[in-house]
Design a protein around this ligand. Structure first.
Ligand SMILES: Cc1cc2nc3c(=O)[nH]c(=O)nc-3n(C[C@H](O)[C@H](O)[C@H](O)COP(=O)(O)O)c2cc1C
Length: 255
């Protein structure tokens, strides 16, 4: 560590230090049990709510083979559409509900404290049966809320530092964090956990995409406020944290 950094730690070092668990920080933290945050988001007036087809597991199912084959894939065939059934399978793999205990619904991916602060949005460029535009996924109702109609490829690519993988993808997953959900329990440490949650979700997308013979690529390089603007996130209470593209592989073999 440089002398300057020792004297005046930069944000990364301060973040690590100030979000550390210590016996003192844990003993002084109190929950307000009366205000457990809602773990499902719903838009009051979407253009439409579109029920998703029941997710069907198809393709390769051997986990060991999938782990061996998983890659970030960036070469897509642009003029074909993704099947809605496959999109449904991917959404289920990332955030599908799998069990219920009391009021808590558990999902395919783990989440710190079962608070599920990550919301899933899609920019759909080319999917059978869906209009082009921006959608929000509701895992509980298992549907898509259609939020904004139109072509956002160029804007989203621009916000993703001109990465053409976004321009060519049939769908881009955009994950946001609703910070209040984690902050209720973890205070500032919640900011660590939203990224860990998102990593689990993205890995599920990678593996499910591999099973279906699709190309998935994580996208962590983006102008945050560029994406927040497209998505109408305020950038503080709800902010983009991660994205991933899904495309029909140009060398795609039938799964
Ligand atoms: C947090 C994170 C952010 C990433 N961001 C990008 C990105 O913006 N653009 C991109 O093309 N790949 C991105 N990747 C993919 C990595 O480049 C890729 O995982 C790495 O080169 C290893 O290759 P593999 O995924 O094929 O094993 C990202 C991966 C992670 C985990």
């Amino acid at each position: 560590m440089s002398e300057r950094e020792k004297e005046q730690p930069e944000i990364g070092t301060r973040f690590q230090n100030e979000t550390k668990y210590t016996p003192d920080s844990l003993s002084s933290h109190v929950f307000n049990l009366g205000s457990i945050p809602e773990t499902f988001k719903e838009y009051p007036n979407p253009i439409a709510r579109i029920s998703l087809p029941e997710p069907k597991a198809r393709g390769e199912s051997n986990l060991w083979k999938l782990l061996l084959r998983r890659r970030s894939r960036r070469e897509y065939t642009v003029n074909k559409s993704l099947k809605l059934n496959d999109l449904s399978a991917l959404l289920w793999a990332t955030q599908g509900l799998t069990a219920q205990f009391g009021d808590t619904f558990f999902r395919t991916a783990p989440s710190a404290g079962g608070l599920y602060p990550v919301e899933t949005y899609l920019y759909v460029r080319a999917v059978d049966g869906l209009e082009e535009g921006i959608y929000h996924f509701r895992p509980g109702d298992y549907d898509l809320e259609f939020l904004k109609k139109g072509e956002y490829s160029a804007q989203l690519t621009e916000a993703a530092l001109q990465q053409t993988v976004v321009l060519c993808a049939q769908v881009t997953f955009i994950w946001s964090a609703v910070i209040a959900r984690g902050r209720w329990k973890y205070n500032q440490r919640a900011y660590r956990y939203v990224y860990l949650d998102a990593g689990h979700i993205a890995q599920n997308l990678y593996l499910a995409g591999e099973a279906l013979g699709l190309g998935v690529c994580a996208v962590g390089a983006f102008y945050d406020d560029g994406v927040n603007h497209i998505m109408d996130f305020d950038g503080e209470e709800e902010t983009v944290i991660y994205m991933a593209t899904v495309g029909l592989r140009s060398e795609q073999k039938p799964a």
